[in-house]
Design a protein around this ligand. Sequence first.
Ligand code: ADP
Length: 457
Amino acid sequence: MSLRLRLTMLYSLFMGGILLVFGVVVFILINVILLNQVDTMLASVVHDITKVTRVNAVGELNIISLPPLDMASNAYVQVWGQDGKLVTSSASIAALTTSLDEYALKSGETMYRDSWLEAAHLRVLTVPLKMGAHKIGALQVGTSLAVVDASQRTLISVMMIVAIIAVLISGIGSWVLLGRAFSPLEVITYAVDRVNHADDLSRRVPYAGRRNNEIGNLVESINQTLERLESLFTSQQRFLADVSHELRTPLTVIKGNVDLMRRMKEADEESLTSIDQEAGRLSRLVGGLLMLAQAESGKLTLNFNPVELDLLLTEVFTEMQVLAKNKVTIHLNDIDQVMVKGDRDRLKQVLLNLVSNAIQYTPQGGDVFLGLAKIGEQARLTIRDTGAGIPAEDLPHIFDRFYRAEKSRTRSSFSGFGLGLSIAQWIVEHHGGQLKVESKEGKGSTFAIWLALLPEP
Ligand code: ADP
């Protein structure tokens, strides 16, 4: 059963229930009011009769005649003696010898009761007649309830017709309104189905309605999910293409050199060096990929300990002298004593990567400046070079995996794969810090690592 049908039935049932309760309350109330009127009328007749009731010398009832009654045509009166004999009765029931209400007459109490006389429905008031404490008879006044019964029947019919119409209207109304409310959901289902069938994540769910309601929010969430899926899917495809591309080049070089040596039937030193270099590149690529995979699956854990950044930077400075050789001069100036909480090996990996990039992208005779300063509650490590700089259009992408600025794409055996900066950024961000870059083409680049200082004990 559809949700629309189920809700429609629920609303109609609810409406029917409310009308039923309302109808019962109205019915009871009107019944009470009508009976009250009848009872008041009966009481006033009783009052009129008791006023003219006489008693003879031996204490027996002695009524000459009944008074003319206002409701005489509608009220039936019987006066019973203490011996159980009918003393007198109104003209309209002169032929009736049985009591209007046998039970009440026997009980001798004052009471209002409904009673049936053949097919007639009556309301009867029975009142004992007394002289002082002495009971001398009973008076019974009754009236037909035909009008009251007819009113009740009419009321029930009217209420039932109104209830049926109201339930029908509410059912039809709910069906139409729910149809309108649910129609965007059908559009969404259709659109998502088409995304699945066409395998096309670039499609979006169309929605022309209001944005700030439940449906608008749902559509927006679905579209955001599709957007994210699309970007993940595209980056996965690009990643596969990049990895295949990076693997192919060294493998081609290795295979070419092996083929050459086979043809020459001797191990050529130059070919062996080339194979060695390419195998080294391959193992660096696989190492980088492994690290990224671990980082993304959350398996790369960082061991946080207090780290003296000034000592770490000095260590990196010393180690990098070998790589810089006579090509560039590395300067270590302006270093403050700084403690942070971090994974020493990973932070060193970041620094080595940034410094080796600076050396690599700075031409012969250039300079690389390393610095460390306390700024407010933060430590700032800087690696500045006087190299080629990064073109403005490349700058936003250099932290992407496999991204290499256009100029450095002319591959040399030293060039990397464009993985170093994305790994460095992951490490810095997982230290709660930031890795920033400023660069001007032709002037040089400055990479800055911002980390929170370890609070002094
Ligand atoms: P790679 O292994 O290619 O160096 P990275 O992720 O470390 O990969 O760097 C990405 C790209 O950013 C590099 O290919 C290069 O174009 C650019 N780059 C990084 N550091 C510098 C720098 N100090 N000067 C100029 N360009 C740089």
